[in-house]
Every structure is written in C-alpha cells, then in structure tokens.
Design a protein around this ligand. Structure first.
Ligand SMILES: [Zn+2]
Length: 570
C-alpha cells in the first residue's frame, strides 16, 4: 500500500510529458490546440520555459513564442549581453508539420534534463506561425507526401503563402513576425519545412541561406564552418544530408543550383539582418517518423554548434555591417556562375522515362531498387548582375506612410525633417518594367525594372523622413527601397500609383502649343526630327509624336514615373 502510494505521488510529480506525436502511431501530428496546450503545460511545470503571447495573425489567434532558458531569465536585452539566441519557426506551411512535433520533444528533453541544457544559448520558438493554415486541417492537400495522417494547409486564413510574405507583409502574421524577430534579435534562425520535387535516398535536405547574400566573413563562416560541422555531427548519427535538390520534374543527376533565398523568404529575411538561417526540407516521400527524427537532430546539433561558437557567431554578425558602408557597392541582382562547379557526392535513385498511362507522353519515374551514389554538379556561386552604390541616407516624403510604417515595423530608425529644406539628392525615374499577367501572392509583381538616375535638388517639407543607412537594417533598406532589387517595395506594387499619368491633352488643342514649342526650341525640334527619321513607327503615329512633345513640355506632370524615395549620397 505504502509502495503504491509512493509510486502514485512520484507519477503525479513527474508526468511523462508525452507529445501527441509520441502517443500516436508515429504518423500523427499535434493539432493547433494540442501544440499550444503542450507548451502551456511545459511553461507551468518548468521555470526554464516561458510562453509569451505576441502580435495578432489573420486567423484572430495571437502568435506565441516559447523561450527556453535554464537561467529563468526571459528579458531579451539581458539575455543577449552574454548569450546567443536561436530562433525556431514552425508551421509556416502547416502541411509540413515535422518541426512542430520535433520542437515539442526538444523543449521537453531540454527542460527535463534528458539532454544537457545549453549555458550560452537561449532557444526561442514560434510553435505555429501559420495558425489559420494549421486550423484548416485535412488529409489530402499534400498529394505527394507520405504522412502524417492529417495536417494543416499551406495557405493562411486569407490564402497567402507566408513564406513569400516577409517583405510585402500583407498578413498580420508577417507583421507580428517582424515584431518577434526584432524583439528576440536572434543570432541564428531555423525555419522547418518538408520538400517537394525529385526522389532520392536522403531524408534530410536543407536550404542554407545564400552565403554571398549573407555577406563577408559571416557568409564564408556559415558556408565553410558552421553548416559543414553541423552536417558532420549529423553524419556521426548516421544522418546523411544533401543541399536542397533545387530541381523539379527533372532528374537531379544533371546537377542543380543552390536556391537563392531572396528576402521574401524566411531565411532571406533573416539574412538582411545578418542572421544566418536555414530551412530543413525533409523529404516528403520518407516516413513521417524518420522526418521528425532528423528535424529534431538538426535543431539539436545546431544548438550544440551555437553553444560552442556563440562568441564567434555574435562577433561575426556585428562585424558584418562593415561590409555595407556608404559608397560601397551592393548587389541587387544575382545570376548563377556556371563556371564555378562544386562536385557533390549524391545518393539518388536511377530515374528513367516511360509512357504515361494518362497522357501517352513520356513520364519520369524513379526506380528505388536501383540506388546510386554519383558525383553531381552543384552550382553554389552566384555573381552580381546589378549593383548599386550604398547612399548615406534615404529620404522619403511623409506622404508615403505605408512604406514608413513597414520600415518602422522592421525596426528601421528614422528621423523627421524639422523644417522645409532643399536637399541635393539622386533621384530615380522609372524607365521601364515588366508586370506578371497572373496573380501571385495577392499582387501582380513587377520585374526587370529599369531606372534613370538624376542628380537634383529636391524640395522636402517638415516631417519628411531621413533614414540613415548606417544601422543594423542597412540591407533591409537596400533590398526594399532600391526599386531594381528583386523584392523591392516597387516590384511588390507599393508605388504603382506613380505609374499612371493623371492629366492628358486633347490633340486638337495641344497641336498649336506643340508647334510653338518646337519652333521656340530648335534643339528639341532637332531631336524630334531625328527620332522621326530613325523610328518608323514613331514617324507613322501622329498620337505618339504629339505625346512625345507633351512629355517634353512643361505641361507634363513631374510625378509620373518619379520614384518618391531619394538617395542622399553625402
Ligand atoms: Zn515549406
């Protein structure tokens, strides 16, 4: 009796903290409520764990972060004085829930002492980022995935892919993420996913943020030291890894390129703030239990690495800003350097083509009875195809408050002008751009944006904002405010109102004005006549010719195509 009583007491004192995933058949993942309840329980029972409610999401539910710090200190300003911070993000694509289940177990194992708690690293995790997607639970939307039995949906409550939303921030999720990111100020970031695409032997694949975009010694360190050492410790646990097999509907044998994670993606966003990030992409055709296991081990080995190298990582991050000083060049666009090849040992399956039962056309299939290990060509090196000189500061008229607001959400420091003033700046006119003809993530984004640069004195008024580039968000400023950058606010349609002309002319009225203008201005007339000679379409179209004269007259509005963000070079 006494013995029974003691055992009961013991059991009450030390519950097992078994997760939904562990309770199940290995092919089941926690629901949203189970996940939050689990972290609530850990928060209640362990002083080292604290869950905090953060900003809202589109679903109406708030985002949460869960902190693990054995020192029981949850003040980030205090923590970062001595420790490194690892931020984990889960459930951005809730159909890919491996990280959700793995992180629940990792926190439990840290809190209970099953694994040694780190002394120099604090872990923060967002248990579920796409809450709306996770609540939209089903068993069918991951058509090519081997489990779990049911899971959430990729799109959020408003059908946005949150892993394209880090710059344009259409969702409340993204805005709340920025708040979390700049409160936590992580040193390392991991965003857990499951892959799509080719078949091969690996359970674990990963996207490491592009080292060149990360920049300088930090980028080299991440590529040459940190990632290889973490992968070596996985290998010691018999977990093989390959870089994300960035190829779709083709065999990987022919080689593939490293994924360039532009700022719209989670790791691309982190990179703008000198935070090395990675996306584990477990292979969708492998059993769920195997995928959860490798995700767990990757997070654990990353933690172990940070624990040993926390000082070096923090120092390199701080030093990285020196690579982005005014007057230096900053690459806005990149292309793969096909001359730089890494020979990558790759464990695949023989792929071949046979006739499709459906279409009668050749279709790809992989033969799992024929595994191979081959050397494939891997292209990791990119070269800049467009660069810009980093200005001293940007100046944005206060009227562009949607931009100001986004910059502020991203912790960009700025100050308002105290009085009206003329300032010598570089200004951009938009010369040309392409626009997609299909909806993409709530936008019709632009690309191939061309600009004309002009030095001029511009009149600014009291309250317009000056933004010094010499701050931790320097790369964020360049990537969003330079219209030619891949994920610029311009390309994401934030400045579309400048693309439309507001006033026009009636030809019969303007004819006489145009004639006088050319008569009074021989140089303009010469230019006009030359254009007529060179350009036959122009010569044939009365409307285009009149329009040309209009654009070269004082009547043409200055605001049309005038990009309203200015660059102060000194
Ligand atoms: Zn994903």
């Amino acid at each position: 009796m006494l013995l029974f009583f003691a055992t009961t007491l013991f059991a009450q004192k030390k519950p097992m903290y078994t997760t939904t995933y562990e309770k199940g058949n290995g092919n089941q993942t926690a629901t949203y409520q189970e996940t939050i309840d689990y972290f609530k329980l850990l928060d209640k029972d362990f002083e080292s764990i604290k869950m905090i409610e953060m900003g809202p999401t589109d679903s109406g539910e708030p985002l949460r972060i869960v902190i693990f710090n054995p020192d029981k200190n949850f003040d980030f300003a205090e923590i970062r004085k001595t420790k490194a911070i690892l931020l984990l993000n889960n459930g951005i694509h809730p159909g890919e829930p491996d990280g959700i289940d793995a992180t629940m177990m990792l926190y439990r194992d840290l809190a209970t002492g099953k694994i040694t708690a780190p002394k120099n690293t604090v872990i923060v995790n967002i248990p579920v980022y796409n809450i709306g997607g996770m609540l939209n639970r089903n068993s069918n939307t991951r058509a090519n995935q081997n489990g779990p039995e049911s899971y959430g949906f990729r799109g959020n409550e408003r059908n946005y892919d949150l892993n394209r939303d880090f710059v344009k921030s259409d969702t409340k999720n993204s805005r709340s993420f920025a708040q979390i990111f700049h409160t936590v100020k992580p040193d390392i970031f991991i965003d857990n996913h499951v892959s799509n695409g080719a078949d091969y032997q690996y359970v674990f694949t990963y996207i490491a943020t592009h080292h060149q975009k990360l920049g300088g010694n930090l980028g080299n360190y991440f590529k040459k030291d940190m990632i290889p050492e973490i992968l070596a410790s996985l290998k010691a646990k018999k977990i093989d890894a390959t870089p994300y097999v960035n190829i779709h509907d083709e065999k990987p044998d022919g080689g593939f390129e490293q994924f360039m994670d532009s700022p719209r993606y989670s790791t691309g966003y982190a990179s703008m703030f000198d935070v090395p990030g990675s996306m584990p992409e477990t292979h969708m055709l492998k059993e769920y239990a195997l995928r959860v296991k490798v995700t767990y081990e990757y997070m654990l080995e990353s933690l172990n690495y940070i624990e040993k190298n926390h000082t070096a990582i923090k120092e390199m991050r701080a030093a990285n800003r020196d690579n982005y000083l005014p007057g230096m060049k900053y690459p806005l666009q990149w292309a793969v350097d096909s001359a730089q090849v890494t020979l990558l040992p790759f464990k695949g399956y023989e792929g071949d083509y046979k006739t499709s039962e459906i279409t009668g056309q050749p279709r790809l299939f992989y033969d799992r009875s024929k595994p191979f290990e081959k050397i494939v060509k891997y292209y990791q090196t990119y070269h800049p195809t467009l660069e810009v000189t980093i200005p001293q500061s940007y100046i944005i008229p206060k009227a562009w408050y949607t931009i100001i607001e986004l910059l502020k959400i991203n912790n960009i420091q700025m100050y308002p002008l105290e009085k009206d003033i003329d300032i010598e700046v570089e200004s951009y006119r938009i010369e040309d751009y392409q626009t997609t003809t299909y909806a993409y993530e709530g936008h019709y984004p632009h690309s191939d944006t061309k600009i004309i640069i002009k030095k001029e004195k511009v009149h600014f008024t009291k309250g317009d904002f000056v933004i010094d580039t010499q701050q931790p968000g320097v790369k964020y400023l360049l990537e969003t405010l330079e219209p030619q950058a891949v994920d610029s606010y311009f390309n994401w349609n934030f400045f579309d109102s400048i693309l439309q002309q507001k006033e026009y002319f009636s030809a019969y009225v303007f004819e006489d004005t145009a004639a006088k203008l050319l008569k009074d201005n021989p140089a303009l007339k010469a230019e006009f006549e030359a254009k007529k000679k060179q350009d036959t379409d122009f010569a044939k179209s009365a409307e285009t010719q009149l329009d040309w004269v209009y654009i070269h007259s004082v009547h043409y509005e200055k605001t049309h195509m005038q990009y309203p963000v200015y660059r102060k070079m000194k």
